[in-house]
Design a protein around this ligand. Structure first.
Ligand code: ATR
Length: 284
C-alpha cells in the first residue's frame, strides 16, 4: 500500500481493537478497487472516546466504524443520527460531513438482512414468524431490522426474561407493522413450530463456549437458521440445522455486509461481498 498526500482516511475505533477484522476487510476492498486510502485500527480507551470522535474532522478522517464498547458513547457524541441509529441507541458508523459535523449511522441491521438475502436466496422476512434467541446489543439490530423488513411476528426469547422485555418495549415503541412477543426461556423449543426463521444472537456456540441449548425437532423443514457467531463458521446450531435439512446462513456475512455503507460513504465506491473476500477475512 503506497499512499499519496491526498489519501482518504477511515478506521475502526474500539477497546481493545486488536481482534477486529474490519481493517483486513476494508484493506481488501481498498486494494481491490485501487483506492488511494487507508483504514486503520484506532485503539481508544473509554475515557477518551468522546475526544477521539470529536478529533476525526480535525485529523482529516472521512469517518470511522465504532465497535465494542464505544457504540453507545458514539451515539451520544455525534451531531446527528440517522433513523436507524436513533432506534438502536447505538452507532457503528460515523461519517464526517462536508461542514465537518458528524453523522452517526447504524448498519448492523442492514448487514444482518443482506446476509440472509444473499445466503438464503428467496428468503423474505414476511415468510413467517421469526424466533430470536438472546437480547444483547446484536439482538436489538436483528429484531428491529426484521420488523422493518416486514416480519409479521418476532418471538424474543432470552435466558433473562427482563432483558427481552426491555428490548421489546424499546423497539416496539418505535416501529410499526409486525409484533414482538417475549416468551419464557423454557418455551423456546415449542415456539419453533411454525417459525420461518431462527436466529441465535447469544454467544453460545462460539469457540470456547458451550453450544446453544436448543433442540430443533419442532422446526419446519422450510425454516432458515442463522447465527451471528462466526467463529466457528458452522456453529453446533447450524450443523444441527443443516443435518435435518434446514437452510443455514453463517454469521460472517453480517460483518461483511454491515461494512458496505461505510466504505461507500468514505471512499466513494460501492464494494462487493464475494466468496474470495469471505475467505480472506476469515484467514488469520
Ligand atoms: P451484547 O454484547 O450483544 O450486548 P451480551 O450482553 O454479552 O451481548 O449478551 C449476550 C447474550 O447471550 C444475552 O442475551 C445473554 O443472555 P442473558 O441476558 O440472560 O445474560 C446470552 N447468553 C449468554 N450466556 C448464555 C447462556 N449460557 N445461555 C443462554 N444465553 C446466554
Amino acid at each position: 500500500m503506497i499512499l499519496s498526500g491526498k489519501a482518504k482516511l477511515a478506521g475502526v475505533m474500539g477497546w481493545p481493537v486488536g481482534h477486529s477484522r474490519s481493517p483486513r476487510l476494508h484493506g481488501y476492498w481498498l486494494d481491490r478497487y485501487r483506492i488511494d486510502g487507508a483504514y486503520v485500527p484506532l485503539a481508544v480507551p473509554p475515557d477518551r472516546v468522546e475526544e477521539a470522535i470529536r478529533a476525526l474532522p480535525a485529523l482529516g478522517f472521512r469517518g470511522c466504524n465504532v465497535t465494542v464498547p464505544h457504540k453507545e458513547a458514539a451515539y451520544r457524541t455525534v451531531d446527528r443520527l440517522d433513523a436507524t441509529a436513533k432506534r438502536m441507541g447505538a452507532v457503528n458508523t460515523i461519517v464526517v460531513q462536508e461542514d465537518g459535523s458528524l453523522e452517526g449511522r447504524n448498519t448492523d441491521g442492514f448487514g444482518f438482512i443482506e446476509n440472509l438475502k444473499s445466503g438464503a436466496p428467496g428468503w423474505k422476512a414476511s415468510d413467517g414468524p421469526a424466533v430470536v434467541i438472546g437480547a444483547g446489543g446484536a439482538a436489538r439490530a436483528v429484531v428491529a431490522s426484521l420488523l422493518d423488513e416486514g416480519a409479521p411476528l418476532v418471538w424474543l426469547v432470552n435466558r433473562t426474561r427482563e432483558r427481552a422485555e426491555e428490548l421489546a418495549g424499546d423497539i416496539g415503541n418505535k416501529v410499526g407493522g409486525g409484533a414482538i412477543e417475549v416468551a419464557d426461556w423454557v418455551s423456546r423449543e415449542t415456539l419453533l413450530e411454525g417459525a420461518a426463521l431462527v436466529v441465535n444472537t447469544t454467544t453460545q456456540g462460539m469457540v470456547g463456549q458451550p453450544a446453544l441449548d436448543l433442540d430443533l425437532a419442532a422446526l419446519p423443514a422450510s425454516a432458515v437458521v442463522t447465527d451471528i457467531v462466526y467463529t466457528p463458521l458452522l456453529t453446533p446450531l447450524l450443523t444441527a440445522a443443516q443435518a435435518r435439512g434446514n437452510r443455514v446462513v453463517d454469521g460472517v456475512g453480517m460483518l461483511l455486509h454491515q461494512a458496505r455503507p461505510g466504505f461507500a460513504a468514505w471512499f466513494g465506491t460501492q464494494p462487493e461481498v464475494t466468496d474470495e473476500l469471505k475467505r480472506f477475512v476469515l484467514q488469520d
